[in-house]
Design a protein around this ligand. Structure first.
Ligand code: FAD
Length: 481
């Protein structure tokens, strides 16, 4: 019997660790023998309090929804998903003992925390004579497989992309047949948020589950992908894939996504739409790039990737931080983004870049504060992409925005939301207001502001002053003062 430990692979098909994983790339197995291909598979999900310590209501809600869908898939095949609560090493060891399990399989983790935990689990199981099989599944190209000619991991995305885009990719794999699945041992209920000690999220969480992911992928690839080049930076168009929670929690396999995207490229009506598909593939490569960065530099979750001569003197400003979290900064595009996050546990990519730049370069607050807020509020949070995005915006990351290129939040709003449609959707105080006045909010007099939108705040900082202070802060950090 093989126990398969589902974690961020909440799907039955295109799951390399779930189906016989003998031919995966470079398996990091503590046992030597791959699991016998014919062993019945017993799937399990473990709610481990130590893992839950790092979780947040939006993600847990999405996981619960996805588990229900996954369980249905198993039940339709006369099997079942075991759902247990307790520390993973002890729970997996107990199940191995109870059900005569020889091997436990799971998909590779990429963060330092995840890998240390997995090592502990593997050691514990190996000591009992149970083999473990850790399989690369989450990325098209695993860390270490795309490197510079000297064998080093890339720290510049454009070079990474050049190798990534033409490298042959594995296609998706089918799920296990019903004959491979173990009989259901006993019914184990899926806990509720309340059972797990989480509050119901304030935000409306998108539906989870592998079927939902499949629909979203197909919808996007039959239509919006062809306008991705033009519409991806327009938050009001809502024309990106919204696949991020599915890719984070593994309700869709990356090979399935890539296969479908390649099919869209093959059927693209012209060069421009083919180019749009390629731009989308570039985003999938960013995801892989940041996972590689995290894998080789696990400390980036708390430390700057890029060393400056001196520590950056971030400001301690709890009031400004709270205004940013509440979407009350008086910069309409920033506030719209922060309120979208509260309402949907999601934020459009362009706006994530704007709000992250605003926190670090206008409020001069440490990116770690922003990362922590995103970690607690995003349904798609994963340390690789989230950290990559924050360190890019803060000019501390691998391929970061140069410190002297600072977004102007008013011009960003005007350029990417010219009709203020996105802003008005999330900032009701500005609903009746002309787009021109919204984009000029910063320059209006207090009387004009009172007359235009009495309930919307004045800007809490002056961008041009803060820009100078940010430049000085980075120059001091660079030792140029
Ligand atoms: P699409 O544009 O449809 O892109 C498809 C997929 O490509 C995404 O689902 C994602 O997996 C990947 N992708 C797209 N853009 C990026 C990018 N810049 N970096 C890495 N991968 C990318 N993404 C997350 O998945 N989780 C996070 O926690 C996260 N935090 C971020 C924080 C900041 C400060 C910034 C600037 C970006 C962050 N991103 C994060 C990247 C990006 O904003 C989201 O992936 C994207 O907005 C998700 O929407 P989508 O699925 O419609 O994206």
């Amino acid at each position: 019997m093989r126990l398969h430990w589902h974690r961020t692979d909440l799907r039955p098909s295109d799951n390399l660790a779930l189906v016989s994983p003998d031919d995966s790339e470079e398996p990091r197995s503590s046992g030597s023998r791959p699991p016998a291909g014919d062993d019945p598979i017993l799937p399990v999900y473990v709610f481990d309090p130590k893992i839950l310590d790092h979780a947040a209501p939006p993600r847990v809600a999405f996981v619960l929804d996805s588990l229900a869908a996954l369980r249905e898939w198993y039940r339709d095949r006369e099997s079942d998903l075991l759902v247990v609560r307790g520390e993973a090493p002890a729970e997996l060891a107990r199940l191995a003992d109870d059900y005569g399990v020889d091997t436990v399989s799971w998909a590779q983790a990429y963060s330092g925390l995840g890998r240390r935990r997995d090592d502990r689990v593997a050691d514990h199981l190996n000591e009992m004579g149970v083999e473990t099989r850790i399989v690369h599944d989450h990325l098209l190209h695993e860390p270490g497989s795309i490197t510079t000619n000297a064998g080093e991991p890339y720290s510049v995305y454009s070079y990474f992309w050049k190798k990534w885009k033409d490298r042959e990719k594995r296609g998706s794999v089918p799920g296990p047949g019903a004959d491979r699945l173990a009989d259901p041992p006993h019914d184990t209920p899926i806990p509720t948020l309340d059972d797990l000690g989480f509050d119901r999220p304030e935000a409306e969480i998108p539906p989870g589950g592998y079927m939902e992911a499949r629909h979203r992928l197909n919808d996007f690839c039959s239509d919006d992908i062809y306008r991705y080049e033009d519409a991806r930076d327009d938050p009001a168009a809502n024309a990106t894939s919204r696949l991020s929670p599915h890719l984070t929690h593994g309700t869709v396999g990356i090979r399935t996504v890539h296969d479908r995207v390649v099919r869209a490229r093959e059927t693209a009506p012209n060069d421009a739409t083919r180019e749009a598909v390629e731009t989308f593939r570039g985003e999938l490569a960013w995801r892989e790039f940041y996972h590689h960065v995290l894998y080789f530099n696990p400390e980036v979750v708390t430390e700057n990737y890029r060393d400056y001569e001196n520590p950056i003197e971030w400001r301690d400003d709890p009031e400004a931080l709270q205004a940013w979290k509440d979407g009350e900064t008086g910069y309409p595009i920033v506030d719209a983004g922060m309120r979208q996050l509260r309402a949907e546990a999601y934020m459009h990519n362009r706006v994530r870049m704007i709000v992250a730049s605003f926190l670090t370069k206008d409020l001069l607050i440490d990116w770690r504060e922003g990362y922590d807020w995103f970690r607690r509020n995003l349904v798609d949070h994963n340390p690789a992409n989230d950290n990559g995005g924050w360190q890019w915006a803060a000019s501390t990351g691998t391929d970061a925005q140069p410190y002297f290129r600072i977004f102007n939040p008013m011009t960003q709003g005007e350029r990417h939301d010219p009709d203020a449609e996105y802003i008005r959707e999330y900032v009701p105080e500005l609903r009746g207001v002309d787009a021109d006045l919204i984009h000029d909010w910063h320059d209006l007099s207090p009387t004009q502001r009172r007359r235009t939108a009495p309930d919307y705040p004045a800007p809490i900082v002056e961008h041009s002053e803060r820009r100078e202070q940010a430049l000085a802060m980075f120059e001091r950090a660079r030792g140029e003062d």
